[in-house]
Design a protein around this ligand. Sequence first.
Ligand code: ATR
Length: 290
Amino acid sequence: DLYNFRQIAADTKVHGVIGKPIGHSKSPHLYNSAFRALGFNGIYLPLLVDSVANFINTYSSPDFVGYSYTIPHKEDGLRCCDEIDPIAKEIGAISCMIRRPTDGKLMGYNVDYLGAIAAIEEALRASNGAPASGSPLAGKLFVVMGAGGAGKALAYGGYEKGARVVVANRTYAKAKELAGKVGGQAITFDELKDFHPEEGMILANTTSVGMKPRIEDSPLPKEALKHYSLVFDAIYTPKWTRLLQEAKECGAIVVFGTEMFINQAFVQVERFTGLPAPKQLMRDVLARNT
Ligand code: ATR
């Protein structure tokens, strides 16, 4: 039951994840299991695609209703939408595309940031100091390392939740541009080492520093981590990056990159099916397949 399909019928709705490579993707297993548990008449395929435009033009049938986008097609996907969500437009990339049933138009969204932000909020709520209502990120100093696609997504997400955003990037010009858009402050990586205007800040790493195979690297020295109450790393191979290990040793709450993935999968399942995601089942499926 590799893909855990329900029976395919003439009216089964087709979904998939568009990327290259795609063989490693855990999404088909995860989404098909969710569809099955929900009794939703849909399938979800791994789609190895060279040209997003060719794919979209070829599979234009109304039954092809929903796609997730992964590397390297998030920007190309955006160019193939009929309508684009404002945040996806700002980020310059989509992670999810849905065919609107009323007119067949392809709608593009970026839900990556919703997953990361939801994971950070959940961890803050579970810890003590979080307010009972509103976002626990509101008013917090939220430092985003990196200003690529994931950095933009996190910065917009933090901004939407009322956090005071600081963008730290190796290339300062990119930090400045992004910070300007979210009413935040831009600093360089070097400046970040000594940046602690207050204690209890939130840190999100979206750079590739520390990703397998360079697992000895960390984007920030351990001494700097003591000023943070929570550290999130978008990297999920390895799960325990050096950054997260050292943050833990400094007493911070740590949020794993895998949480970003599972939370954005919940969002997409809900958008594809219109039903609440079977969260525990999806966590179990992912745990069994990692
Ligand atoms: P993604 O879409 O995953 O965000 P990306 O757009 O390639 O990937 O962005 C990579 C980010 O990691 C950038 O912010 C990059 O910094 P630059 O803008 O200066 O290139 C950052 N990055 C990559 N390698 C880095 C390194 N060795 N040190 C610091 N930052 C690094």
